[in-house]
Design a protein around this ligand. Structure first.
Ligand SMILES: NC(=O)C1=CN([C@@H]2O[C@H](COP(=O)(O)OP(=O)(O)OC[C@H]3O[C@@H](n4cnc5c(N)ncnc54)[C@H](OP(=O)(O)O)[C@@H]3O)[C@@H](O)[C@H]2O)C=CC1
Ligand SMILES: [Fe+3]
Length: 459
């Protein structure tokens, strides 16, 4: 290679891939497209099937000799063949891309095992979150990959190559992080697990609660069969309740954290683990709340077309026509219209919050803008949606014309949680509390002169 500039030299650099399987072929094709030369090391160089155009294929030893960077596209179970060729791997950088089928399948990480087999080579673990499919279809732009390894220089070489493929590289430190990297592809929505469990639990609880209270109770007590309500009416009660509680749970850890900082007077102490975990899944809680709000909105839209509702309205009008004239009631109009207005506004803000939580949208906002939307508008949304709930309760149970001596406890619960969050947030926003909190968050106690130091200098 007689190229002069570093860039040109890189472009014609020879890279070696061990293994001509799915991943080996897709990676080779991608590397060739990015301007690298590729040589495959295979057990059967003459019969390994079609390879990307322009790639060479040799025995493992010959291939290793013509490149410094070697990608291990072979399953861990077959690494043993490397033992016989350790002298040829001296000083090489071995990139371990392997994954396992299960967590903790082996006592040591694949990369650590590889390093033990070939102590004279430098092992870099990484790129294992890519898939052969994504490589082949060019779905790489901006995708994040992780690297770890004990040699900064070796990592740098792999990182440069990855950047050329359009990947974003995140250095995870030394080779001891290999295990964590190998577990990434085996994760199943880790940050969604807790919020989903909470949502499923709440849904199940309120569904059965309402089933017993609204339908079974009516049947037993009055002999009324209103089981058709399970399909629509029940869902349209469960969804807003769960949505509102989930949205409150999304904002509750924030205020708890604020109070904890106020109580401790410092931001330099770690939060308890449960709070940490809760804080980390706030976004997912919010998105699930949005999902339930969507369901509530769709269910509400179809109410006027429902047979049971039409029937009820028509009989109401007929009854009114016969006896008393049907007056227009201003209070009624206020109660209904403000209820819908708050519902619509709340839903609009909900969607706005959901949109800004998308990385592409959130990423284009400044920190202050993001904070304004997620915190200020977020609490406003919670406030509006809670008011929507209160007006519902007022219309349904407390207004003189509809007065019932009790409000159902389940319904109260869905308003108590957001109300508590809002009250706590209001307390945090009080000017004097806010001032103290800001000082704590700016780390003021670290900037205070140390008493001991002051004494010492005075002496
Ligand atoms: N497929 C994917 O999407 C991804 C795969 N990976 C990892 O990449 C590695 C390879 O995966 P993949 O390409 O799918 O697997 P394949 O089974 O398709 O290919 C494995 C290759 O390893 C070589 N090989 C098989 N047995 C031996 C042996 N006894 N000694 C030496 N070499 C052997 C063969 O190449 P030859 O016949 O030329 O010697 C074979 O083509 C795995 O560790 C996997 O976990 C990681 C991320 C994604
Ligand atoms: Fe509603």
């Amino acid at each position: 290679c007689y190229a002069h500039s570093k860039r040109e030299r890189q472009c014609t650099e020879m890279l070696c891939i061990f293994g001509t399987g799915d991943l080996g072929r897709s990676l080779g094709q991608r590397l060739l497209q990015s301007g690298y030369r590729v040589v495959y090391g295979s057990r059967r160089p003459h019969s390994c099937g079609p390879l990307p155009l322009g790639a060479q294929v040799m025995s493992h030893v010959a291939a290793a000799q013509s490149a410094r960077l070697i990608f291990m596209c072979v399953h861990r179970e077959h690494y043993a063949f490397l033992e016989t060729m350790t002298p040829h791997l001296k000083g090489k950088v071995l990139v371990d891309i392997s994954n396992n089928l299960k967590k903790d399948m082996y006592p040591e990480a694949n990369a650590a095992y590889l390093q033990r087999l070939v102590p004279d080579a430098t092992v870099v673990k990484g790129l294992n979150t890519l898939s052969a499919w994504a490589l082949q279809n060019g779905l790489l732009a901006g995708k994040q990959v992780f690297l770890c390894g004990n040699s900064a220089e070796a990592k740098q070489a792999v990182a440069e190559m990855s950047t050329k493929l359009g990947l974003t590289v995140l250095d995870k430190g030394s080779l001891s992080a290999a295990r964590e990297l190998e577990d990434f592809p085996l994760q199943l929505f880790p940050e969604w697990r807790l919020p989903l469990r909470v949502a499923v639990g709440l849904t199940a609880f309120f569904f059965f609660y309402l089933l017993i209270r609204d339908i079974i109770y009516a049947y037993v007590e009055q002999g009324k069969d209103i089981s058709f309500r399970i399909t629509m009416a029940l869902g349209n009660k469960v969804f807003p309740i769960v949505s509102l509680i989930m949205l409150s749970l999304c904002y509750l850890p924030g205020v708890i954290a604020a109070f904890l900082q106020l109580y401790r007077g410092t931001k330099y102490r770690r939060f308890p683990d449960w709070l940490d975990r809760w804080m980390l899944c706030r976004k997912q809680m919010g998105l699930i709340a949005l999902g339930f709000a969507f369901l509530h909105a769709i269910y509400t839209f179809v109410i006027p077309t429902r047979y049971a509702v039409r029937h009820k309205l028509i009989s109401l009008v007929m009854k009114n026509n016969k006896t008393t004239p049907f007056y227009f009631d201003n209070t009624e109009a206020w109660a209904q219209d403000s209820f819908y207005m708050l519902g619509i506004l709340g839903f609009f803000l909900y969607v706005l919050l959901g949109l800004t939580s998308l990385p592409s949208v959130g990423g284009s906002l400044s920190w202050r803008e993001f904070n304004f939307i997620q915190s200020k508008l977020g609490h406003l949304t919670l406030c509006i949606c809670t008011s929507h709930g209160y007006i519902y309760g007022w219309n349904k149970f407390l207004r003189p014309s509809t007065y019932k001596w009790y409000t159902p406890p389940g319904y109260m619960l869905c308003l108590i949680v957001p109300s508590v969050v809002l009250v706590l947030k209001a307390l945090v926003l009080l000017p004097c509390v806010d001032r103290t909190l800001t000082r704590i968050r700016q780390g003021w106690e670290r900037t205070q002169p140390d008493e001991e130091m002051v004494k010492a200098t005075n002496l």
